[in-house]
Design a protein around this ligand. Structure first.
Ligand code: PLP
Length: 368
């Protein structure tokens, strides 16, 4: 018998979240961002649910090959573009579109021998200062690309640093408008946060939006908004079972470092999930968890293969959780109760993105 832990990928929720992104950005085409193995969900597992997207966006050429292998003939965009000259051969062979964010990538294109000119997304650094041409250099980069026979259509893109927060997108949006003014080509600027918060403006949503985390049912601006208030459904459930119970007396401690001490007699459960499964070790006492669908909390330190949970709220709800009781670390309990991954992430000092991506290979994954 394998350990009782498993992850479920909810196909219908992925499709519904894609629909939600479309409603937030009407008339724009939607890239389904499936980098990092579809944010830990598995490209092959999300593909059918997301094939209603207009294209797939990712970083890794091997992942692009997997999407083509699944039969996708539509657009695929490499969000960081190519890393070395021979990547352009794969772009030609698989007809991949690619971002161009630096001179070295233009040099590679200029040296590339191809029959079919390539579609590129020229990237502006509008203030995030990660990838992209500075505004003062953007037009010369465009002119250089435009003169190459290797290049077909040139689109324009940038990436927002604060679409999820109070600083917003105004300054970067202005920089983008100024740099791209009068240049022909399609535009793409919105990630999930911008889709949900700023894409009411048709100019901002542009021709293509790039939906990542929203497709996976996590709110990019938690806790200001929750996934539920954005009408996003959880797409990943991590669940396990109780494999042990302990009765504590006042003063008894739990786990490594005795980080939790009972103030009164209480019952705790030991669940088969630990940091080697991808559960965050920084989740402290108080991190929410569901037992038999009832919300309770972690107590004590997360260890490699186990966590310990307070069972008192579950007994108080009239249940009698014992060996084998269902424990939901995040996602949807079998009775329908939901624990947002964002709440768990917050308690561990991180974001839903990281928890999804960190799901460990040893966790069996089911789909449906
Ligand atoms: C990852 C990524 C996205 C998607 O971001 P989310 O916040 O997950 O929606 C969009 N654009 C670029 C360039 C990215 O790298």
């Amino acid at each position: 018998m394998p350990r009782p832990i498993c992850a479920h990928i909810h196909t219908a929720a992925l499709a519904a979240n894609l629909g939600r992104a479309r409603r937030a950005a009407p008339d724009a085409r939607v890239w389904a961002v499936v980098k990092a193995n579809a944010y830990g969900h598995g490209i092959e597992r999300v593909f059918e649910a997301l094939r209603a997207a207009d294209g797939f966006a990712l970083l890794d050429l091997a992942e692009a090959e997997r999407v083509r292998h699944l039969g996708w003939r539509g657009p695929i965009l490499l969000l960081e573009g190519v890393f070395e000259p021979r990547d352009l051969e794969l772009c030609s062979r698989l007809s991949l579109w690619h971002a161009v964010h630096c001179d070295e990538q233009i040099d590679m294109l200029a040296a590339h021998k191809t029959q079919a000119p390539q579609r590129v997304f020229l990237k502006l650094n509008s203030g995030m200062n990660r990838l992209g041409f500075a505004p003062a250099r953007y037009r010369s980069a465009w002119a250089r690309l435009n003169a190459l026979t290797q290049v077909d259509e040139i689109s324009h893109m940038t990436h927002f640093s604060d679409a999820d927060g109070p600083r917003g997108i105004a300054e970067q949006w202005q920089a983008f408008c100024a740099a791209t003014q009068d240049l022909p080509g399609e535009r793409s600027v919105c990630n999930s946060a911008a889709i949900l918060r700023h894409a009411g403006d048709a100019r901002v949503r542009g021709d293509w939006v790039r939906a990542g985390i929203a497709l996976y049912g996590s709110a990019p601006d938690f806790p200001e908004h929750s996934a539920a208030t954005w009408e996003l459904a959880p797409t990943m459930t991590l669940s396990t079972r109780l494999i042990g119970l302990q009765h504590l007396q006042a003063g008894d401690s739990v786990g490594y470092g005795s980080r939790f001490r009972a103030e009164a007699p209480m019952r705790i459960g030991v669940a088969a999930c630990g940091y080697a499964d991808g559960y965050p070790r920084h989740a402290d006492t108080g991190t929410p968890v569901l037992v038999e669908g009832v919300r309770t909390r972690l107590v004590g330190r997360v260890s490699m293969d186990m966590v310990t949970v307070d069972l008192e709220p579950v007994f108080a709800a009239g249940l009698a959780p014992g060996f084998g009781a269902e424990v939901t670390l995040w996602g949807r309990a079998s009775g329908g109760a939901v624990l947002a991954i964002d709440e768990v992430a917050q308690a561990a000092g991180t974001v839903g993105y990281e928890l999804m991506c960190a799901l460990a290979p040893r966790v069996p994954v089911h789909q449906g």
